[in-house]
Design a protein around this ligand. Structure first.
Ligand code: C5P
Length: 218
């Protein structure tokens, strides 16, 4: 049986995570947060004191790390049995992830982990290269974006809600730097797949985005 895959790619802060998790729940499909895999690897190399330049050591760590995702009440990520969910969400973790994500050997080492998520009855895959590189044959593809200022504003509110001290102009600069690094890298850059449906969520609610994506799938 052909297992349906819905890919949701886009820049950081576009709402991919929230939208993808809710869609996976409504469809009863599995959920792949590929950014969490890159973030977990960034944490693993810090923990193991591996330098960003030691590609073979990072690849070894990528192949050895054991990740499990629990998607019940809350989204929880365990790295080698340890709950890393809070560390994973830090801006600094996202920035380190984006630095190691430019290296092709590291991306290749994470390929199988991502493919393994494709299981019946279906998969919602969230990331940067889900529709272009990881699941190019996906039945449904979405590119979800929003203006950089709107994304920075959303991230700022999210952090404030969590009681984390945040500065809007620092977040805006971080988002712009990360967009540039992700879009201009040589391997698997952030670009919409030719057959993706483009959604700009700048002025849309989460529910409106979900309704639009569901209309593609149903
Ligand atoms: O989506 P998230 O912000 O968690 O991703 C963190 C970083 O991991 C991104 O900025 C990007 O550099 C990298 N990433 C990637 N390919 C993916 C998912 C994430 O390169 N499929």
């Amino acid at each position: 049986m052909d297992i349906p895959v819905l890919t949701i790619d886009g820049p950081s802060g576009a709402g991919k995570g929230t939208v993808s998790r809710l869609l996976a729940k409504q469809l009863g499909w599995h959920y792949l947060d590929s950014g969490a895999i890159y973030r977990a690897l960034a944490l693993e190399i810090t923990e193991k004191d591996i330098e960003h330049g030691s590609i073979s050591d990072i690849v070894e760590a990528a192949l050895a790390m054991h990740l499990s995702f629990e998607c019940d009440k809350e989204f929880t990520v365990l790295l080698n049995g340890k709950n890393i969910t809070n560390l994973l969400g830090l801006e600094s973790t996202g920035n380190s992830a984006s630095k190691i994500a430019v290296i092709s050997e590291i991306r290749a080492a994470l390929l199988k982990k991502q493919h393994d998520f494709k299981q019946a009855p279906g998969l919602v895959a969230d990331g940067r290269d889900m529709g272009t590189v990881i699941f190019p044959d996906a039945k449904y593809k979405v590119f979800l974006t929003a203006s950089a200022s709107e994304r920075a504003e959303r991230r700022y509110k999210q952090l404030k809600l969590k009681g984390i001290d945040a500065n809007l102009s620092t977040i805006t600069t971080d988002i712009q730097e990360r967009d540039q690094r992700d879009s201009e890298r040589q391997f698997a850059p952030l670009v919409p797949a030719a057959d993706a449906v483009y959604i700009d969520s700048s002025t849309m609610s989460i529910q409106a985005v979900i309704a639009e994506v569901l209309s593609l799938v149903r």
